[in-house]
Design a protein around this ligand. Structure first.
Ligand SMILES: *[C@@H]1O[C@H](CO)[C@@H](O)[C@H](O)[C@H]1NC(C)=O
Ligand SMILES: *[C@@H]1O[C@H](CO)[C@@H](O)[C@H](O)[C@H]1NC(C)=O
Length: 297
């Protein structure tokens, strides 16, 4: 049984596969979201995508019962007149909803996910990666962020919202843009880190708002990126942040993604108002992520 030992060791170190629900706001057939779906599935998670039938960027936390569609879905990814919701017949984990990102997340958590998981609920929610950044004042309008905050606030499911500064739109059946493949790999790394930190995966009421910098040049492969703890809004009059990198004020996510290098901003968001969580919950998240975080130079 000599060969068995390394395998057992590997299994002990591997992250446990979870039931994950995914949404976005660019539409269910957008390549960035499909690349993340593939990467998380490859990492042994059981991922159900439930996302808008078309581009619903900028719709924030809007929610409305899905209505029957007359037109085909984005990129002709579903036929005309195909009802209020639908899924890919050969890959039923891929679902579209003729409504908003929040409504799509709700459908994934309560209907599409449980239908494939013997009635069980998702253990974690992810949103995106959005095509384009979601920073600071843009957060209230972002459907990507809205869907993540819905999962946390209304369903009690920990959530991560991902956005990429590069904006390479592509259909699910085109060659996936390399930016999307790298963002998907980074998003999977961070998701696995959160999972490996144990339950509760995030403190109550918290979502992570994650922004990837522009893809290209040195920032063309996942190994060259590093994660930096950040704030959503500048903390001019806020209580001190958690003590980290020799300061009690975290950099803003804008500072991080615009810094010289390939830095991913990871903000600890308060899902109730989409601003920085400025309390002891920062310290809890810091402990969970510490060994993958770096300080800005
Ligand atoms: C999606 O909608 C947003 C907001 O209306 C717009 O800015 C963006 O260009 C659209 N994306 C595509 C691919 O059409
Ligand atoms: C549906 O899934 C099949 C593979 O199972 C794939 O070939 C096809 O492109 C998918 N279509 C959409 C719109 O997701």
């Amino acid at each position: 049984m000599k060969t068995a030992a390394p395998l057992v060791l590997f299994q002990a170190l591997a992250v446990q596969g979870l039931r994950i629900v995914q949404s976005n706001d660019d539409g269910w057939a957008e390549s960035y979201a499909r690349s993340l779906h593939a990467a998380l599935t490859e990492a042994d998670h059981d991922v159900v995508l439930s996302a808008p039938a078309e581009n619903k960027s900028g719709t924030g936390s809007s929610d409305a019962a899905p209505e029957p569609r007359e037109k085909p879905c984005i990129y002709d990814s579903c036929p005309a007149d195909s009802g209020p919701t639908g899924f890919n017949e050969t890959s039923p984990e891929l679902n579209w909803v003729n409504s908003f990102p929040v409504t799509s997340m709700k459908h994934g958590i309560n209907t599409a996910g449980p239908a494939l998981w013997d009635g069980a609920a998702p253990e974690l929610a992810v949103s995106g990666p959005n095509v384009g950044s979601n920073l600071f004042l843009a957060l209230p309008f972002s459907g990507t962020v809205g869907a993540a905050c819905y999962a946390v606030m209304e369903e009690g499911i920990p959530a991560l919202a991902f956005s990429g500064a590069s904006d390479d739109h592509a259909a699910w059946n085109e060659d996936p843009p390399e930016s999307g493949l790298v963002y998907a790999e980074l998003a999977t790394q961070l998701t696995n880190k959160v999972i490996a930190s144990g339950t509760p995966y995030l403190p109550e009421g918290i979502f992570l708002n994650v922004n990837f910098p522009k893809f290209g040049g040195d920032c063309s492969k996942a190994d060259n990126f590093e994660f930096v703890l950040s704030r959503i809004n500048p903390g001019i009059v806020s209580e001190p942040d958690v003590e980290w990198c020799g300061s009690d004020r975290l950099p803003t996510e804008l500072d991080v993604i615009n810094a010289d290098g390939c830095y991913v901003s990871v903000s600890i968001g308060d899902a109730s108002d989409k601003t920085t969580a400025n309390d002891e919950r920062q310290g809890v998240v810091l402990e969970k992520l510490k060994d993958i975080l770096v300080c800005l130079p």
